[in-house]
Each structure stands twice: as C-alpha cells, then as structure tokens.
Design a protein around this ligand. Structure first.
Ligand SMILES: NC(=O)CC[C@H](N)C(=O)O
Length: 378
C-alpha cells in the first residue's frame, strides 16, 4: 500500500524549497511527504500517535517520547510556533515528527521560534503532507509498529537491516546532578526521582508549596535519606517499565519510609515494585481527552495521557495495592493506592501540559499524605 502526496504537499514543496521524504512502516506501508526541521536527518523507531488538538510543543519535548516517531492526528501543526519556556525538558528527545500540514503563518503573541526552526536546531527530522489520520487508523488496526523516516524509499527487503543501523539505543536522559527548586514558602520537601521528568510536574509541586530536589533515578537510598525529605515523587519517563529492574528495590525501600507518589512510568514502577505486572497496550493512549473514572467518588475526569504500557488489573489483586481509577474507554488501570502504606499513583498526567487540569487534585492528595505522616511523627 502506498499513500502518495496530494496537492497540498505540492504546494508546500514549492513554498519550502523542499525535499521529498519517505515514511516506511515495518509492514511495508509507505507514506510520501515533504521534509522539514532537520531535513536531511534519518530516523527509526516506533510510530506513536497523539490525538490532541493543541500541545505539539509539550509533546515533542516530553522525554517519555524518547526514540519514538511522533505523529499528530490534528492536521494543522505549528500554528502558534514555539515558546521556549513551555518546553518540558531541556532538549526534545523524540526521533521524528510526522504531520499533515506545517503552518507557515504563525500567530501567537508569545511565539519565539517556528516549529520548523526549532526542530532544525534540535536536529529532529519532520515530514509533512502525510495523511496522519490514515497512518493512525493503520496503527489502530495493526498495532504500534516500527518505522523508518528516510530520504529515499526503503525496499521491504532492506527494512530490518536499515532499522538496526538507524535505531538508537534508548537514550535515557535524567538529570545528571541534583537540582533544587523552591517556592516562596515551603511546607514540605519532596525528592523527585527523575526518569525523564516533565517540567510541569515540578511546577505543580511548587504550586503546592513543596520545595523539590530532583535526583537521577539511580540515586541510592542513603543519599535520598540524607536530604530528609517529607515525601518521594517518581516521575514519568520513556520505555517499557520492565527495563528498570534495578530501581524496584529502591522503591520498595522508599515506600516503607516515606509517602510516595508516581506518575505514568512512576506509577508502573510502583506497581512492579509491589508485585503487579505490566503489559504493552496495542496502540497506547496519547492525547488530552481520555476519560478516567475515579472509583472513590464515581466522578469521571478528563485527562492528558501518554503511555504505551499499562498495569495488568488481574495482577493487582495478588498484591497489597488497590485500583483507584480506570480508563473510561477501555477500562484499563489508571490509578493505584497501597492498602497499608501512604503510596498513590496515576497512569494519566495530572500535571497536563498539554491538556486539561482535572487531575491536579492528585498533587493535593500527595500533600495530604505528607501532612498526615508529619503529624503522626510530631
Ligand atoms: N509518560 C510516561 O511516563 C510513559 C511511561 C511508559 N514509557 C509507557 O509508554 O507506558
């Protein structure tokens, strides 16, 4: 099957003095489009789709997309440019950006750079003129798959060997050193284990009047304890959660000493540390309108999500955890709490960025767990 460029692509080609680019999926499906960003760069990785109508910048700079080729179902991308302080990490780590139409006419009072220039500076290739809805439907039917973005069509027989050459080893980039953030007045001190953190999580903790010390996820228990935290936060991050077996003993130890909260990868790792299992979803949840039912109140909230793995509900029953929230679309696990310890986690992104802030209450719940613990030991 081959999806060819259409009139709009022809227009862009003239407009941008452009160069043709090819997206080849592992099953041989090929899409032809126009290069932008780092136009000559090649890329290989898993193609994942995001259904948000806005928020391309936050998604592109979310480290959880590391080494993935990110496509957007919303057709107009780049319309409001890039505003550098909205970045979720110091550098963008997705492999490539696949879009329908790159908007050359940027309108936003705050914009500092075009998406095209931003991706060129970040050395990330883009391809526009792609029917991203057809691509997404293809992935929804056939499952998440590997793909190559290249300057020449890739023959089916060459796919596997070329993919091997191009696919990067997962470049997990947590902070290399300790970093601290302070609100004007701090009620509590939180140690945040960085597996690939989004900046919005730090901002939400500051908003709760918590000072935050960000530490690389490989930090040992003694170093963390020496900082005398009131609570531990486990961040989001890239990859399969089972790729971090060395972190599980640390999380088990931390749970017995401090209130602990986790988001997305952090949630999955806390589940694994307590004996539950995780599995790969057929095509992931990535967007800003994912309904989540909170089981305690029966309320459904709208959430921002970005994950390809989930916690296996049946395996939770064998542990000391209980399910606190489920997805409205497919009933998968969206929240967990420990039955005896002050440990809570969510699969969705309560810090949003992009997306709705319905889930912000999670940060208040974490603060309440710290308050309770501090009172008990007063
Ligand atoms: N946003 C995240 O933390 C993603 C977690 C994990 N990498 C997944 O895809 O499921």
């Amino acid at each position: 099957m081959r999806f060819t460029s259409n009139n709009q692509t022809e227009y862009l080609r003239k407009d941008m003095n452009s160069m043709q680019k090819y997206l080849t999926l592992a099953d041989g499906t090929t899409f032809t489009g126009v290069a932008f960003g780092a136009t000559h760069a090649l890329a290989a990785g898993e193609v994942v789709f995001n259904t948000g109508m806005t928020g391309y910048q936050e998604a592109i700079t979310d480290p959880s997309y590391t080494n993935q080729l990110l496509t957007f179902t919303y057709p107009l991308i780049g319309t409001y440019g890039i505003n550098l302080h909205q970045n979720q990490a110091p550098k963008a780590s997705c492999q490539a950006v696949i879009i329908r139409h790159l908007d050359a006419e940027i309108t936003h009072h705050d914009y500092q750079q075009s998406l095209n220039d931003f991706l060129a500076a970040e050395q990330i290739p883009g391809i526009s003129g792609i029917d991203t809805r057809a691509l997404t439907k293809h992935i929804r039917v056939n499952g998440t798959m590997q793909a190559i973005l290249s300057n020449e069509p890739v023959a089916a027989t060459d796919f596997a060997s070329l993919y091997k050459v191009l696919a990067k080893q997962l470049d997990k980039q947590p902070c290399l050193e300790q970093e601290s953030f302070h609100p004007l007045h701090a009620d509590y001190h939180v140690v945040l284990l960085d597996f690939g953190i989004k900046h919005a999580i730090i901002q939400q903790l500051l908003k709760q009047n918590c000072s935050v010390t960000v530490l690389p996820y490989q930090t040992d228990f003694e170093t963390i304890a020496a900082l005398n935290p009131d609570g531990i936060f486990v961040s989001n991050g890239p990859d399969d959660p089972t790729a971090y077996p060395n972190s599980l003993p640390l999380l088990q130890q931390l749970e017995h000493h401090y209130p602990v909260a986790g988001i997305c990868l952090g949630h999955q790792l806390l589940a694994l540390a307590n004996g539950a299992k995780t599995y790969a979803l057929p095509f992931g949840h990535r967007g800003q309108n994912h309904p989540v039912k909170l089981l305690a109140s029966g309320h459904t909230i709208m959430t921002s999500q970005n994950h390809g793995y989930a916690v296996d509900a049946a395996s939770v029953a064998q542990t000391d955890l209980k399910i606190t929230a489920v997805e409205g679309n497919d009933n998968t696990v969206e929240g967990l709490a420990h039955k005896a310890l002050p440990v809570i986690s969510v699969q969705y992104h309560p810090e949003a960025n992009p997306g709705p802030l319905d889930g912000q209450i999670f940060f208040q719940e974490f603060k309440q767990l710290m308050a309770k613990e501090v009172l008990q030991h007063a």
